[in-house]
Ligand binder design. Structure first.
Ligand code: ADP
Ligand code: MG
Length: 625
């Protein structure tokens, strides 16, 4: 049975930050290609990326290898096994986080390992030897490596972390990341958007009076993201995101490789027969690309093939890829409703932004020198460390907040959307509202949670549903069911329902399997604006119908309960008017419905008052004065 609203006392209240902890909290960038961990050095107060035991590498390749003997390698050692043992070597697991097989099947060929469709569960699994791993478990292995590294370097237990995710990650993907942290023995205090972290690393948004619009250009190994952020009152709002989940430094490497093959009169098919040459060429291509970020020419050997490349040649090879990123930037600005001139800062993120041509292209497009003072492949982890430090309570006047991108609410009678937390509300947030039943003796109440801006739930997106069961039998309208929405700092929603008279309670955590892309979100908002008038009319009509149904039921109950105090004419006429009212419910004419409600009301009011007086008089008789 659906619900009807009886008492509106909505209002959101920002909650205080999670209690401040004095111990160390690290910041982690869990990347598609590389991951790393950073912290704020207590003496220098500087964000610092933590190196491996040899003191050489900061980046941990996001690769996990399972040895035939049952051992597990993570990072550089695992990366070496990529070409030889692809079926036991897992890379790019971030692409699978929070995804179902349906989500990934069109690019399942991209992965060198086996992705499994498991009918009983909608989330993907990866098959290695004869064991199944979830992306969460595999990410947890990478996180464990980072945790161990930090513990070794800092000589203390590390059990708390802030982890970053792309701005477009949906609830399911965020929850999966959080679970991976938990599995690695980390208490994940906050999930932070990567572009937000990058801005923080540059100190942007740290001053509560900061008001800036920032473009974060992130070109990594296999993905490209452009995000437009607005900082105001310590709140980071994502104005738009764009990008390509299959565009990055790997494309540069591939272009170089193909160029060399062509130079030597070879075809990509050659590599199918000679895997080791393929591996060498790929590694060499990456080496050449990286070297050419600093020098003008490069040469080396792959087997007996002599390979050389100049920066100019490289630029010709990668120009089309770079141009594609700029097209995304143009789209992101358009979606944010901004021009390049309105961007105050541009931040470079991702190892591939070390390529001078990429930097130049970004500078030309935004007509502004982008920030590249910090290492682009470290900047996200450094920013996560800054956020961690704030949560640790070391930066008292700072409160970082995000906002809900779409309204959240529940379905009420007639399929109406009843918004409980409005769009753009600062999170964490909490809001509640009371509802009641509309049928006598109703013992179950179905609570369906939706996200969106339209007046009818059918036009919005369903996030989840649950039932409040075991409400003791009461007349319609008597139960008081309080529904509370609580969104934590990561945007994860918890919905609680409680019948206040009996104390029956139930709750769910809403972690939808399929989130929304920014694009879908924009479409939903646009739809709501375009349909606003039609929606309002539908809502007004539905509200009239709801009111009429309640009124008719109340009037009927009233005459059956008070038969002896009413004249036969009063009873007959009331029932007739109830019938009249019910006959126009389907008319689609809200004014007509209101008219009949009014007529019924006017007719019953005098004797309703009379009966009330009798009741009061009766009560008075027994009362002592
Ligand atoms: P992700 O965010 O995808 O995990 P990173 O930000 O670490 O990845 O970027 C990895 C990519 O950066 C790889 O393609 C790597 O080859 C590239 N890269 C790293 N250093 C350089 C460099 N000096 N010049 C050009 N590309 C580089
Ligand atoms: Mg990255």
């Amino acid at each position: 049975m659906p619900l009807i609203s009886i008492d509106i006392k909505a209002g959101t209240l920002a909650q205080p930050e999670k209690s401040a902890e004095k111990d160390l909290i690290v910041g982690i960038d869990l990347g598609t290609t590389n991951s790393l961990v950073a912290y704020i050095q207590p003496e220098t107060r500087e964000a610092t990326a933590i190196k491996d035991a040899q003191g050489s590498n900061k980046l941990v390749p996001s690769v996990v290898h399972f040895t035939p003997g049952g051992g597990i390698l993570v990072g550089n050692e695992a990366k070496k096994m990529l070409v030889e043992q692809p079926q036991n070597t897992i890379y790019s697991v971030k692409r699978l986080m929070g995804k179902s097989y349906t989500d990934v099947k069109q690019y399942a060929g991209f992965f060198g390992y086996k992705i499994i469709d498991d009918d009983t569960e909608s989330l993907v699994k990866i098959k290695v030897n004869d064991r199944f791993y979830t992306p969460i478990e595999l990410s947890a292995l990478i996180l464990t490596e980072l945790k161990n590294r930090a513990e070794q370097a800092l000589q203390q237990t590390v059990s708390k972390a802030v982890i970053t995710v792309p701005a477009y990650f949906n609830d399911a993907q965020r929850q999966a990341t959080r679970d991976a942290g938990k599995l690695a023995g980390l208490d994940v205090l906050r999930i932070v958007n990567e572009p937000t972290a990058a801005s923080l690393a540059y100190g942007m948004g740290l001053n509560p009076n900061d008001e800036r619009t920032i473009a974060v250009y992130d070109l990594g190994g296999g993905t490209f993201d452009i995000s437009v952020l607005r900082i105001e009152n310590g709140i980071f709002e994502v104005l738009s995101t764009n990008g390509d989940t299959f565009l990055g430094g790997d494309d540069f490497d591939r272009a170089i490789m193909n160029h060399w093959l062509q130079e030597h009169g070879l075809t990509p098919e050659t590599l199918h027969h000679n895997k080791s040459l393929g591996q060498q060429l790929r590694l060499l291509a990456e080496e050449a690309k990286m070297a050419l970020s600093a020098t003008q020419t490069w040469q080396g050997m792959a087997g007996n093939l002599h390979c050389s490349l100049s920066r100019i040649q490289l630029e010709t090879l990668i120009a089309p890829t770079v141009e594609r990123t700029i097209t995304c930037c143009r789209q992101a600005l358009q979606d944010a409703g901004l021009t390049a001139e309105q961007i105050d800062e541009v931040v470079l993120v991702g190892g591939s932004t070390r390529v001078p041509m990429v930097k130049k292209a970004v500078e030309t497009f935004f007509n502004r020198r982008p920030h590249d003072e910090l290492n682009p492949d470290e900047v996200v982890a450094l920013g996560a460390a800054v956020q961690a430090d704030i949560l640790a309570g070391n930066n008292k006047d700072m409160l970082l907040l995000d906002v809900t991108p779409l309204s959240l609410g529940i379905e009420t009678m007639g399929g109406l959307m009843d918004v409980i937390i409005a769009r753009n509300t600062k999170i964490p947030a909490k809001a509640g509202r009371q509802y009641t039943t509309h049928v006598d003796g109703q013992s179950d109440m179905r609570i369906s949670v939706y996200q969106g801006e339209r007046d009818l739930v059918k036009d919005n997106r369903k996030l989840g549903e649950f039932s409040l069961k075991g409400i003791p039998a009461m007349p319609a309208g008597l139960p008081k069911v309080e529904i509370a929405f609580i969104i934590d700092a990561d945007g994860i929603l918890q919905v609680k329902a409680k019948e206040l008279r009996s104390g029956v309670a139930q709750s769910i955590e809403v972690t939808p399997q399929y989130g929304l892309t920014e694009e879908q979100m924009a479409t939903m908002l646009l739809d709501s604006i375009q349909n606003a008038q039609a929606d309002r009319q539908v809502r007004a009509l539905q509200e009239a119908i709801n009111e009429a149904e309640t009124m008719a039921a109340t009037a009927e109950r009233f005459v059956t309960k008070n038969t002896e105090m009413l004249t036969p004419e009063e009873i007959d006429q009331t029932l007739l008017l109830v019938q009249d009212l019910r006959s126009v419910l389907e008319s689609g004419n809200k004014d007509l419905i209101h008219q009949r409600i009014e007529t019924l009301n006017n007719f019953t009011r005098p004797f309703a008052e009379r009966i009330m007086d009798i009741a009061v008089a009766k009560a008075m008789k027994g009362a002592k004065i």
